[in-house]
Design a binder for this molecule. Sequence first.
Ligand SMILES: Cc1cc2nc3c(=O)[nH]c(=O)nc-3n(C[C@H](O)[C@H](O)[C@H](O)COP(=O)(O)OP(=O)(O)OC[C@H]3O[C@@H](n4cnc5c(N)ncnc54)[C@H](O)[C@@H]3O)c2cc1C
Length: 604
Amino acid sequence: MASNFLYSNRDHKFIIKEWLDGTKILGLKRFRDFYSLEDVDEILDQALKVCKEVVAPTNDDGDTIKAVFKDGKVTVPPSFHYAFKYVAENGWGASNKDVDGEGSLPSFLHGAVHEFMIAANPAFVAYLGLPGGVGSVIKQFGSQEQIDFFTPKMFAAVWGGTMCITEPGGGSDVGDMLSKAYPTDDPKIYKLKGTKCFITCGDHDLTENIIHLVLARIDGAVPGTKGLSLFIVPKVWVNEDGSLGEPNDVATVGIEHKMGLNGSATAVLNFGEEGVCRGYLLGAPLDEKGVGQGMAQMFKMINGSRIDTGHCALSLATVAYNNAVAYAKDRIQGRPIENPRGSRVPLIQHEDIRRMLLTQKATLEAMRALIFQGYYYLDLIFFGDDPEDVRQAKRKIELITPLIKAYCSDQAWLMITEAIQVHGGYGYTEEYPIARQARDVKIYSIWEGTNFIQSLDLVFRKWGLDNGNILKEWLQEIAVFTKQNSANAGFTREMAMLGQALKAYQELIGTILGYTKSNIRLVPLYSSRILRITAELYCAYLLMQQALVAQEKLAQGIGDTDFYQGKISSAQFYLRNIVPDVMATTRIIQDYDTSAMDIPEGAF
Ligand SMILES: Cc1cc2nc3c(=O)[nH]c(=O)nc-3n(C[C@H](O)[C@H](O)[C@H](O)COP(=O)(O)OP(=O)(O)OC[C@H]3O[C@@H](n4cnc5c(N)ncnc54)[C@H](O)[C@@H]3O)c2cc1C
């Protein structure tokens, strides 16, 4: 046994039906004829069942059979084919990314479905999700002709999709990429030349065609990211009548041999080896200054992918946690410290095991709260009926996107190491599922912009948006909440802690603004830590909101006591054990330690 899909949808039901205002989202014009709050349980139960019965059984094949590159072609494990068709045809996949698709789920419901699917087989899901993401970009920026030509087959996952940014010499620094595009006689069509590496789902045999979105520089464009344009490059050229034509000179050079996600083909692709690779320009040609629209267009997809990445990380860490709980209840080891001659007990009765399990439970719930708050804003942004709701949601999603991507992927890795620790030596073996979770999860801190890049985005860009007013309003929201609830007898310690953390964070902003003038190198030195404590502060606020709901439910005596008490315990643990990091890290940053820069390179 390697994978073991243990999953519950109770927290999702709580989030959608009891915490966030689910009625508001499902009551929007876009959704009200299709869904109501009463449908939520059935959708989530059905999705979990499909993931358990159809997707999870393919997980081990992904890890053992793997994606294979042979004779210039990539194949995926045979079991992926049936699951892919089933999920796409039953409306659980790419079709939900179509903002106009009839009956597509709101993000905060589809997000839950997606979480179960990732947990069931993380290598499989990208094949389904990418065509939807690529289709959305074409729908937003393409001509009507391009939209009609490409997107129906992408939302139906009849064609695959990829996002081709990275090159051997251009990783984090996207502006250094070398791929070029040359005009042809047809102003809509360009010839492409270049090599892209690490392309997820870059080649496979699940679909008859793959539509690559390729970033490249049109001949004559300015250097750097400003000069980039985006192209729709089919693997197989599509004839005007929609039938498939000749291969489009996109050669698969190989796939990476990775530490995890082995069922997902990560390809090196050569565009235009034979000089006949063609692509459609998306949006407008270069302006008179040689500036292209590619980076802004790609960011439409990248922002969504960053949220998705944080969510993938949460899924895997949740599988690890659920397995750790099951193992800790089952494994008999040691005796109680207060009764050394007593009977042997299950691991879960030991203090340090409970610490590790509650660290995981509280952190995972914090991550889920953060992510679903993000989906809630996305639903308002895309479908909100009230322009003020849309405006507010747009402001808030800016700040929380880097937190979702980086905090969740960093913490997921750490939480999985705790789950391994709960298993002891068995956790280090491939017979148990946790080692596999660790191998699979690590990528999420790296792709879609490394977590360091996210931290720069937070501090250098997001903090300063609208002259710092978005950040100010965001902190004000936490301040108002803390003040309003400081007298709640059940949570005086927690509300006081939240108030202290907020105060420390406000001081920290001043410190960092000072460093930008006195010693700019200190900002990237500290930015990853700033991102972490920003997320801790915000997650604490969200967990306290959930704790208040749980407190109310317990007072009403409606049952499910363990769940609601568990919510309160998660919030208390997080506030008392994790949030003090906000104050400690603020002190460290204010201490102006430069040793990492002062040490001579030869000393490393
Ligand atoms: C499995 C997998 C799938 C992927 N899928 C895709 C895909 O579908 N499409 C795609 O386009 N790409 C994809 N990628 C590529 C991925 O996005 C890049 O690997 C990532 O952006 C980092 O680039 P790099 O590997 O070149 O690392 P580098 O940019 O070399 O970074 C190495 C380290 O240096 C740090 N660093 C870089 N610059 C700085 C700086 N200025 N200051 C401080 N630190 C810095 C980074 O944070 C990182 O820790 C994938 C990668 C993998 C492994």
